[in-house]
Each structure stands twice: as structure tokens, then as C-alpha cells.
Design a protein around this ligand. Sequence first.
Ligand code: MN
Length: 249
Amino acid sequence: MLILLSNDDGIDSEGLIALKEELSHIHDVWAIAPERERTCVGHAITLHKPLRLREHAPRLFSTNGTPADAILLGVKGVLPGKPDLVISGINKGPNMGQDVTYSGTVAAAKEAALMEIPSMAVSLNGRKDFLFGEASRVIRELVEKLSAHSLPPQTFLNVNIPNLLRENVRGFMVTRLGKRIYNGKVVERVDPRGGKYYWIGGDGDGFEPIAGTDLLAVSQGYVSITPLQCDMTTYAAMDAFKKILHHPV
Ligand code: MN
């Protein structure tokens, strides 16, 4: 398979390098990643300045753009053809529950899904001592499992892996997004000239232990697989709004 990798942690991230190495044994793997960390930039794309590409090694590029830009550049400009699969990651740290809204890792996979390319975002549930080699083996297994099947259109996978040795991972679990408890603080400080500035907090690892969710599955040692959709329409709410607005039925 022709595979395009990207991430939001930047070209030097060990998660990207480990995954590229693992998958290159059996696939034609290209990577285009931001030149510096772009965590939490979401699905931003760059429209008002030139995008540059730098070749670091064969099939390994950095860009001054965002993770979503990297996918656009790869698919429309750099790769020899349309990739069979796009993988974003392996991210340093989890992307579960509300994280998916902010995540550049998830946005890169979503960009591919918008172009109807099968894709997944992959994140490792740790804060330090990341076992990227172990997680890369898990992804290789997952890619093998999926390659025989066609995925539903406009759908992509959000994968979160426990930071454990492969033999201690309990298996794959299909989940839905859970609910994090962010600490939600905005810290106010004062700069040397007397002006106020702010830091947004929200790095807490707390979550609500709801059955069937990504956060609970990963905490119990499972690889969480959440199918996500590009279409954000809340179909279940359409009738309620039609009634409110006297829409003809
Ligand atoms: Mn990141």
C-alpha cells in the first residue's frame, strides 16, 4: 500500500519516525509533517502565506504549514499517486473525548477522509516514557486487519493506544467518544510592563467512567477504536428544529 503519514508533533517526533520505520517493512510509506509542533491547532489550513516543503530524507518532508496542510500537500503535490491510507501520529499523548475537537492529529486524518481516503488518527495514552515501538506494532496489526475491508465513506478512525508493552495490551475495542473533565482554569498573570496576560489550563487527565467510551477502554488496557464522521449534522435534532421553525413537514 501507498501510505502517507503526518502528525501535529512535528517532523522530529519519535512517534512519527517509529511508525514510519515499522510500516516501511511492508508498505511504501511517505511522511510530511509540520516543521515544528502544532498540537491543538485543530483543522486550520493556511491560505494567506506561502507553504514550503523541505526534504529531509527520501520520502520524508517537513512543511511550515499545519497538519491539515501537510495532508493536502502530500495528496495533491508530493506523493506519486493517491494514497491507499493516511495515518496521523503517533501522537505524544491521548486524543479522546473532547480532545478530538482541538487536535491537529485528528484533523489531519479528517482532511484525508474529506478527500475520501481511508484514514486514522493514532495517539499514545501517556505523558512520558512513550513506548512508540510497541504502539507501532499495534498499528501494523490494525492496518493488516483493516486492509481486507472497505471502510464506510466519510468515516475515519480515532485510535488511542495504552502506553504498555504489546503483550499487556488487552485487544481492540470499538468505542464512542467519552467525556473528559478538564480543569477548565484560565490563569491570569501580569507581564513585566504591568499588562495582564492569560494561560488556558485544561490539561487534566480526569474523565467520567462511562461504559463503551474511549477514555474508559484505554484506562482498562484496550486499544480504543472510535469511528468518527466528517458530517457534523445532528440528524436526531432536525425534526425538533423543523417544528420550532414551522418548517413544512
Ligand atoms: Mn500532538
